[in-house]
Structures are given as structure tokens and as C-alpha cells.
Design a protein around this ligand. Sequence first.
Ligand code: IRN
Ligand code: FE2
Length: 589
Amino acid sequence: MRAKDQTENLSISTGPLPGSTKIYVPGSMHDIQVAMRRIDLSPTIDENGVKRDNESVVVYDTSGPYTDPNYTTNPHKGLPKLRQSWIEKREDTQRLEQLSSEYGRIRRADASLDHLRFEHIEDHPLVAKEGKCVTQLAYARAGIITPEMEYVAIRENQLCDQIKEHYKKERGESFGAHLPELITPEFVRSEIAAGRAILPANINHPECEPMIIGRNFLVKINANIGNSPVTSSIQEEVEKAVWATRWGADTIMDLSTGRNIHETREWIVRNSPVPVGTVPLYQALEKVKGKVEDLTWEIYKDTLIEQAEQGVDYFTIHAGLRWQFIPLTMNRLTGIVSRGGAIMASWCTTHKRESFLYEHFEEICEILARYDVAVSIGDGLRPGSIADANDEAQFAELRTLGELAAIADKHNVQVIIEGPGHVPMHKIKENMDLQLSLCNEAPFYTLGPLVTDIAPGYDHITSAIGATLIGWYGTSMLCYVTRKEHLGLPNRDDVKEGVITYKLAAHAADLAKGHPAAYFRDFAMSKARYEFRWRDQFHLALDSETALKFHDETLPSEGHKTAHFCSMCGEHFCSMRASKKLHNRIKEE
Ligand code: IRN
Ligand code: FE2
């Protein structure tokens, strides 16, 4: 019997979003069904009462099976293993007799943890067969289009080929990114092969719906979750993960630093429809009870393997912070603000030697390649204040990140590069341009950046401003920052607000880069607004619940859902209403 535990009352937010239908688009090369969300709109009714239909808007859907009304959610069982058969068909993996990580084996054998454990746990994870490389990068280079790649191509298009030519004319400014009108599976393959995009897909995370991170695709967002030593339970973290994907998180990172990290992660991975990232260094530090000096390469390595066999799709590894760079931070206003960076700097200083992450980077890549874990090379020296932006410490590290990216690439490990931090607007573009040239166009993944330091409590906004700009310039994935940044651990509401804020930053960037599907959604929203189709406006909104709630605060009745005004200006001062009347009069004359 399962003891009374933290996971007993695990409840998860499910069900379709308002006005939305889950649809599945079949593949043509592989037997795949790509999930999307279709928003059906009401017809336009003209002044003579004539109805004209409005095209549905199909949007990118990160929410997984949870928003499919035909799916019965059971977090104790985990999500269906979508990729299992694709992986098996390749015949290049094998099941392990037992976990390769010593720590993993100890955790699993510990009966006192039974009440915390995910029920259907896999004790025989997959690993590449001897002599085989199972990364999407290796397949891409061998000219193979995997089901994952075809899935991604269909997913990125959002049925864009079905929207009218009219919406495709609007071209953007893409700063050198090349966005094809229609993304083909071959284009996906070639972008991965070139190292310009990654498809994070650990062979031990078959529940994951394939997605791609690259400059020539839609801009993605990541939401950080995870417990801390002071707050949160497994139950809360699983719900936060699903909740984040419900609102649009393309990946989640489990940054747990509190209790039961191994067990918490198992629950999250088994229930996550999107790639899961971690910073293995955090758990390694936990294993030595927070004593940095006790950290060793062996403990770290075992942690990498432990997490890879659980199914983590990408690791942040702060290998670019070299011992010799530490003096460069001495004159900074805010020193080293990256958690991983601060841990490594302290280790190097204590032991008076080069970082073990830097020294063992080749071996790290060999481990990652066996499971297809992608590496996100950490920016341990990112600036933590406007005063420190674009300084020598930051750019010295960036040059090293470029060298390390080349090593990962050599091992067929998919690689992305992490970026700042705190950067004022006029210094953002230099970051993007340097990253592209130093890292051979490997995807950039940035934290914000925050464009000012003066608004604690509003750092989702200070950072979304920077994220929008850098996304437009070419960053592939934006790591959200919540309003709790610098103040505390985000709760469920903060997670949602952070995701929505970053979704709009990413969308604004897509729009400016000239993505036709992005333009189409804006067009549909504006048309609904001008025609006072209130329900359609709520449904098209990034956050339909909040839009509806705000509208209903003052005009809650059903009749007001078609009224030709809202309470902002009232009936007689509504400019849209007046403009519509004016245009009708001119047409009649
Ligand atoms: C993204 C870009 N730069 C940093 N990040 C994310 O910040 C990183 O992926 C991780 O989720 C988080 C904390 O990283 P540090 O503080 O350990 O560097
Ligand atoms: Fe900060």
C-alpha cells in the first residue's frame, strides 16, 4: 500500500482551452499525428445581417494530451509513450540490465522513499548500442529524416499552407534568419545537420512531443520550475510543469535544489509533453550537502548519467567559466550572479585549478551522445546588472563557449549557447551578433535580458522587453523570468504570467521576422476586435481567461459579448464603433 504522501492528491489542470479544439495532422513520410490547436471563429455579420464565415486559426500547441478531451489523465501512470516505437524501430539502442548511476541505484533501492516514488518506474533505461550514435544530429548528418524531424516540420507550419495568400505577403525584417514559407522535413534535417537548430529528444523521454530550437524556426520559450530547500512539494512541481505547458512553455527546466530531487524529476519527466532541461551541477552540490569544495568530477559524472537515464533532454553545463576568467569579475558591480557560475568559480578558487567541467568536456559529450541529451552551455559569467553588461568577463566566456560548441559538435551532441542576463537595450544586438559569429550559428538561448534593474516585482516585463529584441535579432529560445525574480520562488500564478509574457515576446519577434502564421493570428484578432466579436477575441488571446475576466468585471452580461463597445470608452465614445458607422455612411453615399 502506498503510504500517505505528497503525491496522493496530485491534481493536474486539464481540458481544452476556451474556444479551442485539439486536432491531429498526419505525417506523410512516417506514421505520426501532430497535435495542434484550432480556434474556430464566429461569422462576420454585416450591416444588412448577411453572414460571412471567418477562417479558423490554427496555433502551435505545447500542452500535450492534457487538453485533449478524449484523453484520461493519470499522473501516476505518466503520459503515453509517443516516441517509443520510433526509437525501437531504429534498432540502435539497448535496454540496460540496471541503472548505470550508483546514486540512482541507491535511491531506487531505498524503501523509505517508496511513498515518493513514481509507480511505473523504468529500471532498464535505454542506451545507445556500442558503436551507434543515437542523436538527432547524427541522423541528420547521415541524411536520415526521423519521425521526430517530420513531426517538427508539420508542427512549425501550423497548417500555414492553408491560409490565404493575402496574409503571406507581409514580410518582416529577419536580420539574416532564413524563414522558408513552408518548412519541409528536409529543411529541418538540414538545419539540424548544420548545427543551426537542435531537436532535444532523450531516448529515455519517449513521452515528449518533438520540437525544434533554431533561428530559422518559431522563437521558443522555456519556463523554469523546481523546488527550493525552503518551499514546494512534488505535487506542486508536477502541476507547475503541466501548467506551464498549458500556457505555452516549449520546454521546462527543473531547477530543484531542495529535497528529493531525483524523485521529483522522475514525476516531472514522466508527465511532461515537452523537453525537460536541468542543471546537473545543482543536484551534484546537493549530494555533497552544499559543500562546494567536496564536489568532484566523479560525483558530477554520476549525476549526468543518473539524469540522462531518467530522460532529461538537455543539460545546462557551465563549462565555459575558466579559472583564469575569475579575476576579470573583480571590478564588477555585481560579481558572478549565475548560480552554476558561482559554484564553479568557488570550486576553482578553492582547489586552485581549472574547472573540471572544462577539463572533462570531451567525456561529458561522450556521455550525452549515448542518450541524445543536448547540451546548453551555461553562461556562468553573464552580467547581473546593467553596469556589468558586455564586459570582458562575459565576452571572454562567450569565446570559450564557441570553442566548446565545436567540441560538442564533433561528438554529434546537439548544442545551444546560453546568454545574458542584464543588458540595456543599446547593448543587446552586439550580444547576438557576437554569439552567432563566435559559436558558428549554434542556437542562442537567453535569460531575458532585463533591460533595467529598477523594477523588482516587474522583472517579467523588464526582461520581456530585452527578450523581444534579442528574439527578433535571432535568439532561438527565451528563458522566462517571472515577477518574483530577485525576490522569491515563483508560484503557479507567477509561472502562468511569466509564460504568457514570454509567449508574447516570442510572438512579437516571430511577427517582426515575418512569420505568416504569426501575422494571420494578429489579423484575425484585429478583425474580431473591429467587428465586436468579443468571444473570438477572448479565444484568440494568449490568455483568454484573463481577457474574459477583465471584460466581465464591468460588463458581465451575455448581451455585452456582442455589444459594439466596452466599458473603457462606453457607447458614445467608442472610436471603433464610430469609425465603423462612418465607413458605412461613406459606402452608402
Ligand atoms: C538561460 C540563459 N542563461 C541562463 N539561463 C537559465 O538560467 C539556465 O538555463 C537555467 O535555467 C537558469 C539558471 O542558470 P544559472 O544561474 O545556474 O546560470
Ligand atoms: Fe538578475
